[in-house]
Ligand binder design. Structure first.
Ligand code: CU
Length: 382
């Protein structure tokens, strides 16, 4: 699955014709020129979990791929890949209440492809991609605080569950080192994307600033045995996919919607090598799936499964579809896929635009338990 293939680059000739592009250019320059400063800062003021991830991602061979080439500083890249099993439990059956949520914008040199020793300057919520799942109940009053721990640009958050201008972007637009809050009522149940809304939002999203907010109906979602949290994203690098070392963001490729990498939970191999999913035969599984994007529609499919229930577009107020093979999720959209594996083995989550597997879109669900020859066995009929 590792990219032996070198993709042909599009021509890089591009002229900036609109005023908005100036903002984007400045932001990219800031991202590029300050990458070592951000990396140094992350090593001086690490979060506890980042420190642990950094040690795990350190390159034993001393390969310079993990060094930022700009100044030759040795800056270990951290893992930004969120474990898909890292999500809060269902709200259950509780009354509506006030919920406080802290999101910290962090700019981190992260591992993009651990095999090729590729790194990228991610912009994140709370140091991981996707950002933390926010899980509330319909009717909750939600106070969102955005703390900008970055050193490059302003950040903000637009939550699609919000009824109000910008989804909160204007009220949370926060400069480096500052913190701002706003409050909204979670009026409708569903699975909603949140993302940084700061200009140019597509760039902030491509760099990793997206997550899901799940608003459960009164009484909570029906209990299941396992839940997972996966989001799809695109990464636009100047060099071809498969290149080693620190990769700079490519403006022209972002604008042409031609990513080099496509990833589940932030990085190549995030859900195949670093954080595969696990379940037992007969367990009910619920997969919250969102697309940060910023540009491309996903057709999620689990090879070897039929989905018992799919909640199209993340709606909890419409009845779910049943016995589905593949569904579709637009950028800035989400779904819930529920199924029960009946046969042990390895199942692969893909976007069924299958060439994207080559660009990094694959996740593994390992199912253990008793064989089920009535449903699946080798050879002729027994
Ligand atoms: Cu941002």
């Amino acid at each position: 699955m590792k990219p032996a293939v070198k993709m042909k680059l599009f021509g890089l000739r591009f002229t900036l014709l609109i005023a908005g592009m100036l903002v984007l250019t400045a932001a990219v320059q800031a991202q590029t020129s300050s990458s070592s400063a951000a990396g140094a800062t992350s090593s001086q003021q690490p979060q506890a979990d980042q420190q642990q991830d950094s040690a795990a991602a350190a390159d034993d061979s001393g390969n310079e791929a993990f060094h930022l080439p700009a100044q030759g500083d040795v800056v270990p890249a951290v893992s930004i890949a969120r474990d898909p099993a890292d999500l809060p439990p269902s709200v259950g059956n509780r009354p509506a209440r006030v919920v406080h949520v802290l999101l910290t914008a962090q700019e981190l040199e992260g591992v993009l492809d651990p095999v090729m020793k590729t790194t990228y300057l991610y912009w994140t919520f709370n140091g991981k991609v996707p950002g933390p799942m926010i899980r509330v109940r319909q009717g909750d009053t939600v106070e969102i605080t955005l703390k900008n721990e970055g050193h490059l640009v302003s950040h903000s958050v637009d939550l699609h569950a919000v009824l109000g201008p910008g989804g909160g972007t204007g009220l949370t637009e926060t400069k480096q080192g500052a913190s701002r809050s706003f409050t909204f009522k979670a009026s409708f149940p569903g699975v909603f994307v949140y993302h940084c809304g700061t200009n140019l939002a597509a760039q902030h999203i491509a760099n990793g600033m997206y997550g899901l907010i799940v608003v459960e109906p009164p009484g909570g979602l029906p209990p299941v045995d396992r839940e997972f949290y996966v989001m799809q994203g695109e990464i636009y690098t100047e060099e071809d996919m498969g290149s080693a070392g620190h990769q700079k963001m490519s403006l022209p490729k972002l604008l042409k919607e031609t990513p080099e990498y496509m990833v589940f939970n932030g990085a190549s191999d995030a859900l195949t090598a670093e954080h595969p999913m696990h379940a037992q035969v007969g367990e009910s599984v619920r997969l919250f799936f969102g697309v940060g994007g910023p540009n491309l529609i996903s057709s999620p499919h689990i090879i070897g499964q039929v989905l018992n229930r799919v909640y199209p577009l993340g709606s909890f107020t419409s009845p779910p579809l049943t016995t589905v093979q593949t569904t579709m999720v637009p950028p800035g959209g989400a779904t819930v896929m529920e199924f029960t594996p009946r046969v042990p083995g390895k199942y692969t989550l893909v976007d069924h635009a299958l060439v994207r597997v080559v660009r990094g879109l694959a996740g593994v669900l390992e199912v253990t338990g008793a064989e089920n020859p009535e449903l699946f066995h080798a050879g002729p009929v027994k």
